[in-house]
Design a protein around this ligand. Structure first.
Ligand SMILES: Nc1ncnc2c1ncn2[C@@H]1O[C@H](COP(=O)(O)OP(=O)(O)O)[C@@H](O)[C@H]1O
Ligand SMILES: [Mg+2]
Length: 230
């Protein structure tokens, strides 16, 4: 069962938001998910402990470098998807989680600093891949993008990453109040009150597109893997 790891060497990149949004969207389609929170700040655990978490999302809180491998292996036996939310530094726990990943999602907002940090994370993923003698699939998810315009800086960053052969999600996670609101109120974007939060439908469509692309990517890498095994 696929393990998806959210990694970036920077805090505030959008890992927890993306993990929660993806977990919620998978759960909405009757898919069981374990959300493992390895960040000492426990931000995704805090969301999961609020009212409104879909009942088919299991939370594993306070995972650490000592427990992460067992936590992932146990979760894989129990639920269809395992999502791992990490802290924004390179640590033993991060390296361990990456080693178990079927897909690492690296978050990037539209600044050069973010792009540089994404490249650092990609280098770490590649080093882990060498240690394990396998290719660890990874993809960059642009996040907090503007729905109306793609600024020149963002275009430049994306073309630089593409030129370096880095895979970038076609879907980006747009900067929306609905994605902030779930962190405060709990639950999913689909449960928010349209009288209180704007752009709920658009956020829900965005979450749907993200989940569809994640599933397609995992299928793709599994096919490549089974072909290479004859
Ligand atoms: N797509 C988004 N739309 C609106 N706000 C976002 C979005 N992604 C992240 N944020 C906000 O940015 C901040 C950092 O995001 P977070 O997901 O916690 O990052 P990380 O887990 O990498 O530290 C949070 O306050 C969060 O609400
Ligand atoms: Mg976080």
């Amino acid at each position: 069962m696929p393990v998806i790891v959210f990694a970036s060497s920077k805090g505030g990149a959008g890992k927890t938001t993306a993990a929660i949004v993806l977990a919620s969207e998978l759960a909405r389609h009757n898919t069981s998910v374990t959300l493992i929170d390895v960040d000492p700040n426990q931000h995704s655990a805090k969301w999961a402990q609020k009212e409104g978490r879909p009942s088919n999302i299991q939370l594993v809180e306070k995972s650490t470098e000592e427990t992460i491998i067992d936590d992932i292996d146990n979760a894989q036996a129990k639920t269809a998807f395992v999502l791992v939310d990490l802290e924004g530094t390179a640590s033993m726990a991060v390296a361990s989680a990456i080693s178990r990943a079927d897909l690492v999602i690296t978050l990037c907002q539209g600044s050069q600093d973010d792009a540089d940090e994404a490249v650092k994370t990609i280098k770490l993923i590649n080093r882990q891949g060498k240690v394990l003698n396998r290719t660890i699939p990874f993809s960059v998810l642009m996040t907090r993008t503007n729905p109306a315009i793609t600024p020149r800086t963002l275009k430049h960053i994306m073309s630089e990453l593409e030129a370096a052969g880095v895979d970038i999600f076609k879907t980006s996670l747009i900067d929306r109040e609905a994605f902030r609101a779930i962190r405060s109120f709990g639950g999913t974007v689909n449960d928010l009150d349209i009288k209180q939060v704007s752009g709920i439908e658009k956020a829900a469509a965005n979450a749907h597109a993200l989940a569809a692309e994640v599933i397609a990517k995992i299928k793709e890498t599994n096919e490549v893997r089974s072909e290479s095994h004859g």
